[in-house]
Design a protein around this ligand. Structure first.
Ligand code: SAH
Length: 251
């Protein structure tokens, strides 16, 4: 059977690049996003009684990996990036059909002005095409005693996170500062660095990610220190600039 999937929705998430996105949903639980339904599926009817559930499954396309094709074997970050497993024994994006599956918390279902699901804990890039939505059914989807192969438990926080004075002050001034601070802390605590870089001493190296329209910069010492934070692209290690504000300089 040849079947073409239609894109029924679009993800709006604070993740604007792949680097830094948690490797599974729920690992950074504070982070919120939306699944916006597209016509002709954007009706109050398609989501009727969905709000009775606490969690939903999102089937989506790893659209930013489609061009790279698929691999027979992959190197899961969980195994340190050295060991190989079969693609079907992994949750790698580099799979035939590039279909992804994430369970997320459903915060609310909105039907006006657009039909959308407000969700949290997502591991999805902004703009991800969604092909299906299903309620999470605890009696069938949660299996006590199931074995998790080479990933038997959540990886958990790996690093302690602290903010430099300047980003702390900027965050304190903002209405969404608490949300940003919590989200960034969760993300950096997971240590987004590739596995092969984790065991090396990289105290001077500055890492960066785009999150919710902001450039987040950090270094890893014995703890993560958010070096600077601004609306526009800061130039490091020199002073950073940001639109409509005095220049920032990282500490
Ligand atoms: N929970 C899903 C995804 C696991 S892989 C599943 O098991 O199928 C998670 C990684 O996919 C993230 O860390 C991010 O780097 C990547 N990712 C998320 N959205 C993507 C997209 N639209 N295209 C390509 N990669 C994406």
């Amino acid at each position: 059977v040849q079947h073409n999937c239609e894109v029924i929705g679009r993800v709006h998430s604070p993740f604007q690049e792949k680097f830094g996105i948690p490797r599974q949903p729920g690992l950074a639980a504070a982070i919120t996003g939306e699944i916006e339904l597209l016509p002709p599926w954007d009706t109050a009817g398609t989501v009727e009684r969905l709000d009775e559930y606490s969690h939903v499954w999102i089937s989506f396309i790893f659209h930013q990996c489609v061009a790279q094709g698929w691999r027979e074997r992959v190197r899961p970050p969980r195994l340190g990036g050295n060991e190989q497993v079969g693609v079907f024994a992994s949750r790698s994006p580099f799979r035939p059909n590039h279909l992804g599956l994430s369970v997320v918390r459903l915060l609310s279902v909105q039907t006006v002005p657009a039909v959308k699901l407000v969700v949290s804990g997502l591991d999805l890039l902004d703009g991800t095409p969604v092909v299906d939505i299903k309620p999470y059914l605890p009696y069938v989807d949660a299996i006590p005693g199931a074995s998790g192969g080479y990933a038997p438990a959540a990886p958990g926080a790996r690093l302690a996170v602290s903010f430099a004075d300047q980003p702390s002050r900027l965050l304190a001034e903002r209405e969404d500062g608490d949300y940003l601070r919590r989200s960034i802390t969760e993300l950096l605590a997971l240590d987004p660095r590739p596995a092969y870089q984790r065991d090396r001493q990289t105290g001077d190296r500055v890492y960066g990610m785009r999150f919710a329209g902001h450039d987040i910069r950090w270094t890893v010492t014995d703890s993560v220190r958010a070096r600077s934070w601004s609306r526009s692209r800061p130039i490091l290690p020199g002073p950073c600039s940001s639109r409509g504000r005095a220049p920032l300089s990282p500490t």
